[in-house]
Design a protein around this ligand. Sequence first.
Ligand code: NAD
Ligand code: MN
Length: 358
Amino acid sequence: MKTYTVAAIPGDGIGTEVISAGIEVLQALAKRDGRFAFKVDHFDWGGEYYKKHGRMMPVNGRDLIKKHDAILFGSAGHPDISDHITLWGLRLAICQPFDQYANVRPTRVLPGITSPLRSVTDKELDWVIVRENSEGEYAGVGGRVHQGSPLEAATDVAMFTRPGVERIMRFAFRLAQSRPRKLLTVVTKSNAQRHAMVMWDEIAVEIAREFPDVTWDKMLVDAMTMRMVIKPQSIDTVVATNLHADILSDLAAALAGSLGIAPTANLNPERAFPSMFEPIHGSAFDIMGKGIANPVGTFWSAVMMLDHLGEAAAGARLMRAIERVTADKRCHTPDLGGTARTADVTAAVVAAIEGAND
Ligand code: NAD
Ligand code: MN
């Protein structure tokens, strides 16, 4: 029997609640399947760890997880610690050195869930946003001087490299090609940002030549927000920079019903390092500890993890179980307008897995 090693890093806030739900579901799936198992190692890194040790994860943290088959991540973000410390100290400290440069974010209106866009269905809103995940606006290049003086100044330099842009464009075109509509939108802002974004556009044109069967267009990011709301059916696969895609994917998640549903995969396509799977949402301070966090984003992220591990049949089984559960409004958590609790949704998905005769 194949055993997959998973490094679980719940982090803080509702991250801890949804990751334990996700592991429960993964174990039920392995039991139902019988051909593979998960060995889950837990890492208590995050804000509480920071309070004790002055850092978000140990100095040798990455060494402890680099041999795992996958990483299941909750959220970095603690009410008592600045967001830039928690984010850079944990999530970015893993995904940048592990070169998880392709951040894939599918969005769909799941059965039983209503989009705030009137009468939009899963036929009109079925997107994948590909986020450049290694450089751009989040390259970490910049500095801050004269703090506390009236001369204080700060820069965040968006850094784009030709190999970085080429590989994410190629990844996005290939993904678009694998989907039925073979449609890609390249998001840009080359009207205002006249250096890196112009190079981004030029590289898109070059890579497009390798994919003659993919239909693609180019869209300024501000116009893209409007198109997502007004003409959702005109969109299929989207590629955008680190910052642009970060923003667009929260909008996409909300348009599909809730941020609590949205999954993401931080992929190192070359598999030199483990890839990392996580719900899009953060620590959700307003609902943490209440037991009402929606675990569906984590479950769907687990589907992406199974696909990446080569267990597509098990991934499809989990996705069917998720859809069976979202279709039942009694299983909706408060973010979807229901009264179900995290534990109820988890139990329902586990029951759907156990009861599945497919
Ligand atoms: P958030 O995603 O934590 O919450 C935004 C809103 O969505 C809140 O009202 C929250 O209750 C709701 N929500 C989010 N996930 C939900 C779920 N699963 N079920 C039900 N409702 C859900 O974003 P924020 O408030 O901007 O950030 C809070 C903290 O999380 C900050 O410290 C931030 O830096 C961090 N954060 C981390 C990540 C990450 O680690 N990937 C992502 C986003 C935010
Ligand atoms: Mn985000």
